[in-house]
Design a protein around this ligand. Structure first.
Ligand SMILES: Cc1cc2nc3c(=O)[nH]c(=O)nc-3n(C[C@H](O)[C@H](O)[C@H](O)COP(=O)(O)OP(=O)(O)OC[C@H]3O[C@@H](n4cnc5c(N)ncnc54)[C@H](O)[C@@H]3O)c2cc1C
Length: 108
């Protein structure tokens, strides 16, 4: 059985949105969608957001790895959204469905 996350357009009168990526683009989209109107699930295979512009300070020893990262789950929670730590393998825009690698593995 393949798990499909985006089945219905609305959840409790909230427009359902799936964002694939917890990078700058995906996180910016999540920040601009208010949880009072949108039911947002953000998917990323990584657990943490990395602040890349300051990565040279890691190399120079000015900052530690934890100074340049934050938990995607924690940030999404603050926004009232949901984080799903999975890689998306396919999307079907017509059916408004997406499939994750984890779900595929479960079907084996
Ligand atoms: C060392 C370094 C320094 C940089 N410094 C600067 C700077 O100073 N200023 C600047 O403007 N830009 C800088 N950049 C460039 C900037 O980081 C990128 O332009 C930016 O990250 C692109 O954002 P994005 O959201 O498009 O993609 P990304 O930030 O790459 O995010 C993509 C996310 O999607 C996730 N993802 C991918 N495929 C899937 C999938 N199938 N399922 C689930 N999740 C998936 C990835 O895990 C990733 O978290 C730097 C880049 C590097 C590497």
């Amino acid at each position: 059985m393949i798990k499909k996350f985006i089945k219905n357009k609305y959840v409790n009168d909230h427009y359902r949105v799936g964002i694939i990526s917890g990078g700058y683009g995906g996180l910016t989209a999540a920040l601009n969608l208010n949880a009072s109107r949108f039911c947002v699930t953000l998917f990323d295979q990584k657990k943490k957001f990395n602040w890349l512009p300051d990565i040279h300070e890691l190399v120079s020893g000015m900052k530690r790895e934890c100074d340049l990262q934050f938990s995607l789950e924690g940030r999404l929670l603050q926004l009232g959204h949901t984080f799903c730590n999975k890689s998306v393998t396919s999307i079907d825009p017509d059916c408004k469905q997406l499939v994750t690698e984890q779900a595929k593995n479960l079907s084996v």
